[in-house]
Write a protein that binds this ligand. Structure first.
Ligand code: GLN
Length: 259
């Protein structure tokens, strides 16, 4: 019975992903005949992966991976799990790879192999639009929000004692923003390109500071260390070909209006 239930769940997940036409993974997997890979990703990390107003799961990471798959003749089965869960799925061998705006760090390189870098990023700090907080000095005795397992969380942890704040953890970026908007926490630590995009979309927050000097790290596609070398090579080859053809710039511009 348990097994039946979990099979049902997998079925439902596959169906709901297939329903999200934009991601394209599920539909693609029928034809090409090449290898098929399970790729884990985040849930709400716009403009890299998010559900758009037509209820389609889209974003730079999604389009990039689908275009690389097409270029290299493999198919993608998407799993939108959340960042920490997506990285854990790769570690547990439940996913072949993860593309989720994952920062390339030395610590992660102990567990994972990364592709060539595909997007530059750094950590910033944001507060509610109407907040008086102007910088880290104003966080003394306050509680801030961070997303579990991320570089933003690492950054918050490294500053916590010096500036005397506490940290509340969230699994999803949108929940974290909401917590700051409602005032339970007074600030959050997030990747700058993601926060800038979401501020522009009216998430009710504003960026007040950044940690560009210490927490600047590009994104890479992730596989388990020593595993799936072939997939990593295909990703790098596909990325190069998309950069050469202008398709990479096109994808970035589609979501950010620039590149
Ligand atoms: N770039 C950050 C990290 O790798 C956050 C990624 C994410 O939240 N999807 O830790």
């Amino acid at each position: 019975m348990k097994k039946f239930l979990s099979m049902m769940l997998v079925g439902i997940m596959a169906l709901s992903l297939a329903a999200c036409g934009g991601a394209g993974g599920a539909e693609q997997s029928t034809e090409a005949g090449g290898d098929s890979y399970v790729i884990a990703t985040d849930t709400a990390f716009a403009p890299f992966e998010f559900t758009d107003e037509n209820n389609e799961f889209v974003g730079i990471d999604i389009d990039l991976m689908n275009a690389i798959a097409e270029d290299q003749g493999f198919t993608v089965e998407w799993r939108s799990l959340g960042f920490d869960a997506a990285m854990a799925a790769v570690e547990a061998g439940q996913a072949d790879g993860c593309i989720a705006g994952a920062s390339i760090t030395d610590k992660r390189k102990e567990t994972y192999d990364f592709s060539d870098a595909y997007y530059d990023s750094y950590v910033c700090i944001a507060v509610a639009e109407n907040s008086d907080i102007k910088g880290l000095e104003d966080l003394k005795g306050k509680k801030v929000a961070a997303k579990t397992g991320t570089m933003g969380a690492d950054c918050a942890e490294s500053l916590k004692d010096q500036y005397g704040f506490e940290i509340a953890y969230f699994d999803q970026s949108d929940m974290m923003y909401q917590d700051v908007v409602t005032g339970n926490t007074v600030a959050c630590f997030e990747d700058q390109p993601v926060m800038a995009y979401n501020c522009k979309q009216g998430n009710g927050l504003k960026i007040i500071a950044d940690q560009k000097d210490d927490y600047s790290t590009p994104y890479g596609f992730v596989v388990l260390k020593g595993q799936n070398k072939e997939l990593l090579e295909k990703f790098n080859a596909g990325l190069k070909s998309l950069k050469d053809s202008g398709k990479y710039d096109e994808i970035v511009a589609k979501y950010t209006g620039s590149n």
